[in-house]
Write a protein that binds this ligand. Structure first.
Ligand code: NAD
Ligand code: UFG
Length: 337
């Protein structure tokens, strides 16, 4: 099959591209490199022995994207492209709406024009807002997000649901990722945040390699096992596999499907720090700070539906995640630079 991967040069996209190439698919990446580096393509080639076709364009650029569709005749789309910083989205909501929602509108328009019937969309556990209960089920209400980034995901999910309703021949998989961490076991590709990381695992790995002095733990007074925030950390390799499973599901013409991609297990900030220390025989200095505005206490998935309907479940554990995250960071202290 030939798969168009928007945002394929990014963190989750690059791992998914490797998984697709490994199973013999052809891959066409569309990425404007606003949050990724061209070097990733060389790394993908090193891992897979193949290079994907690459177009450095924005998904918002309808004219250029139309040409890609005309040239490539793809069977399916995986739509990763988007801006993802929660904090930045609060400061620049218009940018997030125009980039994330705007590019999805263009993509949907062109996929219809070119009769592409299968699309997988990168959504997020953030669509559940502040959970009323955990674990989170796909049937739980969405919306009420505390930030514009999350709202863009809700809006795009709704757009895709509308399209699926209008055209029963369209197959849409909405994947709600929990907290992706880790890296390809080769240490050649991984997460490469620009500036000071917002997310916990890249912060930990940068403390481990002494680029940052000390980890700030945001709050230890939540109603959780040790007072720190609990999340469902999932290895990015498992997440990549989830996309292959979703594509296989789409090829059976299911219409609209929605799956949580998580492990079903919650891990606190302190538990993650200790797992990282144990996995890599390192000490991570940390200090307790006030809660981070907008954070919730606990979020983890019920991931049964993905297993029941796609036979997908996470295989890597938290120690594997910590080993692979550190392997990537120590081999690439400055990311792809
Ligand atoms: P990333 O920033 O590493 O990758 C996104 C890629 O999209 C980047 O390479 C960027 O250059 C590209 N891009 C952005 N806007 C574009 C545009 N208009 N046209 C073309 N390319 C564009 O992020 P990631 O962590 O790999 O996330 C991938 C997707 O998964 C995103 O949609 C994100 O919102 C979603 N997601 C991520 C997480 C997470 O914690 N990493 C969690 C839930 C959902
Ligand atoms: N945390 C710290 N210190 C840090 C960074 C994070 O203590 O330096 C804590 C947070 O307070 C939270 C936990 O670590 O309790 C996880 O925080 P992350 O920033 O790594 O992840 P979030 O759950 O806040 O959000 C991430 C993405 C969102 C996405 C969500 C669900 O940033 O975009 O996972 O997929 F929507």
């Amino acid at each position: 099959m030939k798969i168009l991967v928007t945002g394929g040069a990014g963190y989750i996209g690059s791992h998914t591209v490797c998984a697709l190439l490994k199973q013999g698919d052809e891959v066409v990446i569309v990425d404007n490199l606003c949050n990724s580096k061209i070097e990733v393509l060389k790394r993908i080639e090193k891992i897979c022995g193949k290079t994907p076709t690459f177009y450095q364009i924005s998904v918002q650029d309808e004219v250029k994207l139309d040409e890609v569709f005309s040239n490539e005749h793809v069977d399916a789309i995986i739509h990763f492209a988007g801006l993802k910083s929660v904090g930045e989205s609060v400061l620049k909501p218009d940018l997030y709406y125009s980039n994330n929602v705007g590019s999805s509108e263009v993509l949907i328009k062109l996929m219809k024009k070119h009769h592409v019937k299968n699309i997988v969309f990168s959504s997020s556990a953030t669509v559940y807002g502040t959970p009323k209960r955990v674990p989170l089920y796909e049937s739980d209400p969405i919306g009420g997000c505390t930030n514009p980034y999350g709202e863009t995901k809700v809006v795009i999910e709704k757009m895709l649901q509308e399209e699926a309703k209008k055209d029963p021949s369209l197959n849409v998989a909405i994947l709600r990722y929990f907290n992706p961490i880790g890296a390809h076991p080769s240490g050649l590709i991984g997460e490469d945040p620009q500036g000071i990381p917002n997310n916990l695992m890249p912060y930990i790995t940068q403390v481990a390699c002494k680029k940052l002095e000390c980890l700030n733990v945001f709050g230890n007074d939540y109603d959780t096992v040790d007072g720190t925030g609990v999340r469902d950390y999932i290895h990015v390799m498992d997440l990549a596999d989830g996309h292959l499973a979703a594509l296989n599901k789409l090829y059976q013409n299911p219409g609209l499907v929605i799956y949580n991609l998580g492990t079903g297990k919650g891990t606190s900030v302190l538990e993650l720090i200790h797992a990282f220390e144990k996995a890599n025989n390192l000490i991570i200095p940390y200090v307790i700070k006030p809660r981070r505005p907008g954070d919730i206490a606990t979020s983890y998935a019920n991931a049964d539906k993905a297993y029941q309907e796609m036979k997908w479940k996470a295989k890597y554990n938290i120690i594997d995640c910590c080993k692979d995250a550190w392997n990537w960071q120590k081999n690439n202290p400055n990311g792809y630079n």
